[in-house]
Write a protein that binds this ligand. Sequence first.
Ligand code: GDP
Length: 358
Amino acid sequence: MSKSKKSALEEKKGVSFSEITSKSSIDAFKNKRKADIDTSNLIESLLNKDITALSRAITLIESKNPQHKVKATNILQACLPHANNSIRIGITGVPGVGKSTFIETFGKHLTAFGKRVAVLAIDPSSTITKGSILGDKTRMEELVKDENAFIRPSASGDSLGGVARKTRESIILCEAAGFDVIIIETVGVGQSETTVHSMVDFFLLLKLAGAGDELQGIKRGIIEMADAIAINKADGDNLKRAKLAKVEFNRALHLYPTKSSNWQPQVTLCSALKNEGIDAIWDIISDYIKTTTNNNYFNTNRNEQNKYWLIQTIEEQLKSNFFNTPKIKKALENQLELLETNQTTPFAAAEYLLKLYS
Ligand code: GDP
């Protein structure tokens, strides 16, 4: 073979000629090429709105296998230019408030007028139980069957930060696969509401009418995050109490300073079970989108969220690299012993470990 042909081949295949000629290298090369073809097929199908391809891509994102991670990064890169064209809605509420019933009714309301709806979840409790809020197959039975809907349970077995990153990336994939509405459900354990709030355009809090003490036991900050509060199960005997709760929440909301979105949060009643008040919630969301698009908050907020996630990802990655470095693991153990016997302080130990790492 002429020298130029040989080097052209080397350049094309990204490996040296002698490497190409050994059998294992040829196999490795063939495998790499097959993987590349698989990835580009997957991307093409995903962009063509193929739900199976979308599922497979999300599985790659969730995988801890380094080869899968490389594929996932390539897929994300290819999807990015096609993302960003959706409305991202966060939904939270205590277990039993009716989240899955609501998402099913709301989702079907949207698909009925041609919207494509993806439902993702952030369930930090699944890191402990390895279960997931969307894992139960009986949830959203109707929506699951709807060809314009896609439902994906929460990734499990990871920290909240890990689950959040995967969900952020899944949002990009769902958008690239042509979903116009992305719903992110959370059950409100730990910091999960704040996490969801930082990745959505609109945040909906589902509540139940209580015994006139609506604001008791409600997590600090949650009201401030809500763009709307929907009092669910406003049906039958519950309707009167729900109406009273609405008055109380409205009064409470007026005590908060105006949001930077300039949006005045709304309180509304609904019955997810009876499909009442669901269209009004979509109207509120549409109003919100119109208002915040006009005053440019919508874009500014997404940019701010991107910056936040950049910093978050770096922090997570640095932390994980730090704690997984063998010499740090060993030194940390030593420092902890010294700390227990009062031979060092937390600050001196931290400084020592950070110096050792850098
Ligand atoms: P989640 O745990 O928040 O997802 O709540 P579910 O959607 O599983 O609902 C919990 C229970 O409340 C179920 O038995 C539902 O049928 C019931 N439920 C949900 N929405 C309504 C509603 O609008 N009205 C009434 N009466 N019951 C509802």
